[in-house]
Ligand binder design. Sequence first.
Ligand SMILES: NC(=O)c1ccc[n+]([C@@H]2O[C@H](COP(=O)([O-])OP(=O)(O)OC[C@H]3O[C@@H](n4cnc5c(N)ncnc54)[C@H](OP(=O)(O)O)[C@@H]3O)[C@@H](O)[C@H]2O)c1
Length: 242
Amino acid sequence: MVPILVTGAAVSAEGGLPLGVVVGASRGLGLALSESLLDAGYYVLAASRSKVESRAHLEWVAADMSLPGGPAAIIDAVDGRPVDCIVYNVGIWESAGIDEVSGPELESILRVNLTSAVQVLHGLRDGLRRAQGLVVLIGSTCGLPNEGASGLAYTASKWGLRGLASALRESLRADAVRVTCVSIGSTATELSEGAVDTVLSVHGGRRMPVDDVQAVLKCLLSLSPAATVKELWMPATMDSDA
Ligand SMILES: NC(=O)c1ccc[n+]([C@@H]2O[C@H](COP(=O)([O-])OP(=O)(O)OC[C@H]3O[C@@H](n4cnc5c(N)ncnc54)[C@H](OP(=O)(O)O)[C@@H]3O)[C@@H](O)[C@H]2O)c1
């Protein structure tokens, strides 16, 4: 069956606003992407372990993606509503090299970055269908060919996100759900949006300002439901590792 494509997000959440979910939203890139969704007129469920101050159109969801109950907390918070956009931003990486990193740390990285992503998206599939939603997975250039990354679990998880994006896209294509994996390179997530000049002068093009990733999300949100961007490879210009 060919789905009927509607323009604009479905009316899903409080006050008739479309619903956006950001996983890993308390700081850095996730906080910036939450701001982008708010600017675009979404009601945002912001999931993380540390509290995000609730404010107009933003509600914090306490959820730890390293625990089996983390994905369920997000699915419960959505509570059956249509999901217009979900950004899976959370990502953690090894604290040490292959000879020092522990088995439990590797397992935790895989769970936070990949297993929980699979579970959140599986649990929200009907909400995505109902809204003909947009899924944005924040990957890494470590998940791209010939990048030279060496973190076992981080690299595997970021490659895995691209596979997840592909499988989810195919599974929900008939429902007009769009799935994009954005594999970003070094990003100055310690500086909030609007600090482009500072980032350029401090990092000289080896790290991107979060504003660049915000611009990508804004673009994806602006596309018609007939257009799918499968993947974006987005290294920092001067980062020769990527
Ligand atoms: N920064 C870079 O240069 C870079 C490069 C390539 C890709 N990326 C990707 O970009 C994404 C964001 O990176 P970032 O630098 O902004 O990371 P970050 O500063 O460490 O922030 C990560 C966010 O995820 C949340 N988080 C961490 N562990 C969590 C858990 N167990 N359960 C729920 N939430 C958790 C954190 O909040 P709480 O601690 O409050 O839970 C925080 O809001 C990641 O996927 C990363 O792999 C970043």
